[in-house]
Design a binder for this molecule. Structure first.
Ligand SMILES: *Cc1c(COP(=O)(O)O)cnc(C)c1O
Length: 355
């Protein structure tokens, strides 16, 4: 069976970092997963090998035309010393949708999760065990055929690497300052906004740098056509609590369908909190704030889970949210999701996978 995973572990294990001082994404474990694709043969030679640089032809099409998709999920340490993955089937499904958009050949979704499980199991001792830390999992697919013409590659590599991580934002759960970006846009109808592709990130850096220079943590993206509808915050989904209802942009092609977004919406519905997945404008948000009806704003994503927003700046107007503190709903969502991920709270939706 070509989908058996051959395992050759590293013979030179590295020293593990101090879990108390972990950053985000700068340390990698001893091993990695690789599988190749060749036209006519399909995906083959799934293997776990020592973590090392890969050889790539300088003409490899990913280097020129960015035919690439990636994912991000985490393994969490439980109190009993076990490990849990959070909804990895959702990452497999999203990879399938992104691959389809980029003409990358599909990977069996069950095998995608098996490959993640196999690698995390081999390097399980790298999962840090203090609060707020985890083992970040980065699966990605690159087009490797040496060819400068523009068409889908006939060769690919599917690779998974692991990185022990601390909190995403140095401020932790402290509220962020967000700049509403009205010059650059992230996604347009018909484009790749809903797909997890590296090119989207390359195109977002300029706005992120501008926000940093102005003293903000991140940008809030507006729609690419009219620049008035609220879309996302940086690389996270965005939620606004207005008049007791929770508003978030609908999945209409320009929004990345976050796993955390879906979990937040499910939990809110469980709790009887009304959720509106509908278009709304940045003017409506500022008007709600002026009327005293905007109680919380937060971003959701795997890296930071829930990230409360304390300040929003749009053109020359600034508003403070929840008095610059974390709101009750943001805190409750953070506690619930991290509680399920670490096994402290019951997983009534069957979201976690034990390892
Ligand atoms: C990955 C990502 C998210 C968050 O998705 P999660 O599955 O919750 O981690 C949101 N927006 C963008 C643009 C992303 O790339």
């Amino acid at each position: 069976m070509k989908y058996d995973i051959e395992i050759t572990k590293s013979m030179n294990p590295k020293e593990k970092p101090d879990p108390a001082v972990l950053g985000f994404g700068d340390i990698f474990t001893d091993d990695m997963f690789i599988m190749d694709y060749d036209e006519g043969e399909g995906w083959h030679d799934a293997r776990i090998v020592p973590y090392a640089p890969i050889e790539l032809d300088p003409a490899a099409s990913v280097l020129h035309y960015a035919q690439e998709t990636f994912e991000g999920l985490k393994a969490y340490r439980t109190a009993g010393g076990g490990l849990k993955l959070f909804r990895p089937d959702m990452n497999a499904k999203r990879t399938a949708r992104t691959s389809d958009r980029l003409c990358i050949p599909p990977i069996d979704e069950g095998f995608y999760v098996d490959a993640i499980r196999a690698l995390v199991d081999v390097d399980r001792d790298w999962t840090p065990d203090i609060d707020g830390t985890s083992l970040y999992i980065r699966p990605f697919i690159i087009a490797t055929e040496p060819f400068l013409g523009v068409r889908p590659s006939r060769r690919y590599k599917f690779i998974i690497i692991l990185s022990p991580v601390g909190p995403y934002y140095k401020e932790g759960l402290a509220p962020t300052k967000i700049f509403v970006e009205d010059e650059y846009t992230r996604a347009a109808p018909g484009g790749t906004g809903y797909a997890k592709v590296g090119g989207n990130y390359a195109a977002s850096l300029k706005a992120q740098m501008k926000a940093h220079e102005l003293g903000f943590t991140q940008v809030l993206w507006l729609d690419g056509v009219e620049r008035k509808y609220v879309e996302e915050i940086g690389t996270s989904n965005a939620f606004f609590v207005m008049n007791g209802e929770v508003w978030t942009a609908p999945l209409a092609g320009t929004i990345l369908p976050g796993v955390t977004r879906d979990s937040v919406i499910t939990l809110l519905k469980d709790w009887g909190v009304p959720v509106r997945e509908e278009r709304f404008t940045i003017s409506e948000v500022f008007a709600a704030s002026e009327a005293g009806e905007l109680s919380e704003v937060f971003a959701s994503g795997t890296a930071a889970v829930i990230s409360p927003v304390g300040e929003l700046r749009w053109k020359d107007r600034s508003i403070t949210i929840s008095g610059g503190d974390i709101g009750d709903l943001s805190q409750r969502l953070y506690d619930e999701i991290t509680g399920i991920q670490s096994g402290r709270l019951p997983d009534t939706h069957g979201w976690t996978v034990d390892l």
